[in-house]
Design a binder for this molecule. Structure first.
Ligand SMILES: Cc1ncc(C[n+]2csc(CCOP(=O)(O)OP(=O)(O)O)c2C)c(N)n1
Ligand code: SF4
Ligand SMILES: [Mg+2]
Length: 319
């Protein structure tokens, strides 16, 4: 009789081993971390030199380092160059609607407490069309990690001004240069109520990985602004933050109190290239915990009925 040593959890829930096939569940401790090869899907279609490559490579590193297996990986995105991200990850995920990644991800997060949901996307997706979702997901403190790959431009649609484009930036929508004050993603996140707010840049791989790990370990809505250069439509945008291009990579000062919201706000106000690291972190009940409690309280009230019986009762009430 053959014996399959495949991780039991990777089987679809409905799979019943065929007669004669015995499946030996593999303990997590015995499972190998996924290699880049095992978790990479299509060849990324980004332009050569695009900053997004480095963010993807570091996500693969994170998956390997933190031993996330296929059934535990959930990668969600909206629309944009950066939002093509889930296509390139060989695991569960969705390339969703422009600006709507966060509500989609919230549904997964609230219904699957065993997963840590990652959302990747661009500055247009996050702060323009998705601006409201950003505010409300942050204030509700839905547990997930949101990495905004900020390139200060709309890349996919070939160079329009984005909410983070600097004043004077010439684009197809501002041919004489943008005159609108850009938003500050960190201040936006802090004031919306995000409980973890950090900043990093694609040119510093170790730092990106460190921020992703800290964000993943945070129990709540964790937000990372990751500068990710669009070499096609805004080349050189981040040179002043890159020591290899004569710029400066300055970390958040060691004495900064991450629990001090106003200090974080002031730090986020420093002119570009600003600081890199964790600006703000606090603990507040998550939407996930609040909803779980609500459900448990209601279950207790109905005296241990099965889910379908509770549903039946509510249908009966509407007759
Ligand atoms: C509802 C809707 N509106 C507009 C578009 C067109 N569109 C696609 S991506 C995009 C902006 C992309 O910019 P960003 O989010 O910064 O991502 P990047 O390409 O720079 O990574 C726009 C306006 C769309 N796909 N759907
Ligand atoms: S257009 Fe810009 S953001 Fe899009 S893949 Fe090319 S370099 Fe990257
Ligand atoms: Mg962009």
């Amino acid at each position: 009789m053959s014996e399959l040593s495949i991780p039991f959890a990777t089987l679809p829930r409905t799979t019943v081993p065929a007669a004669g096939l015995e499946v030996t569940p593999l303990a997590d401790a015995d499972r190998k971390p996924l290699s880049k090869k095992e978790v990479s899907a299509d060849h990324p279609t980004w332009c050569p030199g695009c900053g997004d490559f480095s963010v993807l490579a570091l996500y693969f590193k994170l998956i390997e380092k933190r031993k996330m297996w296929h059934e535990k990986i959930t990668t969600v995105a909206g629309i944009g160059c950066s939002s093509r991200f889930p296509y390139f990850v060989q695991a569960h995920g969705a390339h969703f609607i422009h600006g709507r990644a966060l509500p989609f991800a919230s549904g997964i997060s609230l219904s699957r407490p065993d997963l840590h949901v990652f959302v990747f996307g661009g500055d247009g997706d996050a702060f323009s069309i998705g601006g409201n979702h950003f505010t409300h997901t942050a204030r509700k403190n839905v547990k997930m990690t949101y990495v905004v790959m900020d390139n200060f431009v709309y890349g996919l649609t070939k160079k329009q001004t984005s909410p983070t484009s600097p004043i004077g930036f010439k684009s197809k929508t501002d041919i004489w240069g943008s005159t609108d004050r850009p938003i500050n993603p960190l201040k936006q996140a802090i004031s919306a109520g995000a409980t973890f707010v950090a900043r990093t840049t694609h040119t510093n791989p170790n730092h990106v990985l460190k921020m992703m790990e800290a964000a993943m370990d945070h129990d709540g809505f964790s937000f990372i602004e990751c500068l990710s250069e669009c070499v096609e439509f805004f080349p050189g945008a981040f040179d002043s933050s890159n020591p290899r291009k004569g710029g400066q990579f300055l970390e958040v000062p060691a004495e900064h109190d991450v629990a001090d919201e106003y200090a974080a706000y002031r730090l986020a106000d420093e002119p570009f290239p600003g600081r890199f690291g964790i600006f703000f972190q606090t603990q507040r009940p998550t939407k996930n915990a609040n909803e779980a409690k609500l459900i448990a309280d209601h279950r207790a009230k109905v005296g241990g009925l099965a889910d379908w019986q509770i549903l039946q009762k509510s249908f009966d009430r509407t007759k």
